[in-house]
Design a protein around this ligand. Structure first.
Ligand code: BT5
Length: 242
């Protein structure tokens, strides 16, 4: 087993923990916290801890001393890995570009990758993921702006968090090296087969701008190709709003 596992009872954020110790932590360390008091999403959004039995974790990845483009696709790689683990519980999953994992349109997990640099020297990545495994219906309803679910609510039984965690870590490292050498193309068909947004008319927030169009495809680099009345936009980052 190449990975080292650190389990914390409570932490502000597993990503902050990983980033602030990037030098000391070995490549492929996995940090998991039982409770997370200040979980973070993208653009300073919050990740809510829905109580005991939910998963908060970060992979510490230090594959090289310089940043490679493929590292930006690791969030998409992790979304596919997560879908496969969830499917072992008998449910159907969807991916919303770039890396949200949904069940029946409801968000069950969030992924946040943060890069640590020292000048031009790439120190590593904290690739964080939160998965709702055991939550109460009344609590998921309190999360603002989004339809949210948890695995226990979908399968009507308690989920064994240790078992789920082990499956996710094993599946992540199973193809990690091959993914790094082959890039997004390696997972493209598995990603596309779960992509719920393709061929839909969508709007995407890109920083301070909003782009509209039909989601035509996801290209070999994991970018979203939008068609706005014959004009094509290729998006590297963004948030599908509608
Ligand atoms: C994400 O951001 O979805 C990335 C979340 C990453 C969380 C993990 S937990 C371990 C590691 N340590 C951290 O501090 N973070 C990572 P974003 O796409 O910006 O979505 C954030 C939005 O999701 C919020 O504004 C809410 O609307 C919604 N949200 C918050 N908590 C949620 C939850 N528990 N389940 C589903 N949706 C949630």
């Amino acid at each position: 087993m190449r990975e080292q596992i650190i389990i914390l009872d409570e932490v502000d954020s597993t990503n902050i923990y990983a980033k602030s110790r990037m030098t000391e932590l070995a490549d492929c360390t996995v940090i998991r916290a039982k409770r997370q008091t200040a979980g973070r999403g993208r653009l300073n959004r919050k990740w809510v801890d829905l109580g005991n039995g939910n998963l908060f974790m970060s992979f510490v990845l230090k594959p090289s001393d310089t940043f490679c483009e493929v590292y930006s696709n690791l969030t998409q790689y992790l979304s596919v890995v997560l879908c496969k683990v969830l499917e072992e519980y008998g449910i159907k999953t969807q991916i919303k570009w770039p890396n949200d994992v949904l069940i029946d349109g409801k968000k069950i997990a969030g992924i946040l990758s943060e890069t640590v640099m020292q000048g031009s020297f790439f120190k590593g990545l904290a690739l964080g993921i939160g998965v709702n495994l055991n939550a109460a219906q009344k609590d998921v309803e309190l999360i603002p702006d989004k339809a949210v679910t948890a695995l226990n609510l979908e399968i009507n039984k308690q989920v064994d968090i240790d078992e789920f965690f082990n499956k996710l870590v094993n599946k992540f490292f199973e193809n990690y090296d091959e993914f790094l050498s082959k890039g997004f193309e390696f997972i493209k068909s598995e990603y596309i087969s779960r992509a719920s947004f393709l061929d839909n008319e969508i709007c995407v927030q890109v920083l301070n701008d909003t782009k509209h169009g039909v989601a035509k495809s996801v290209n070999d680099f994991g970018e979203l190709v939008l068609d706005d009345n014959g004009k094509e936009f290729v998006l590297t980052i963004g948030d599908i709003l509608c």
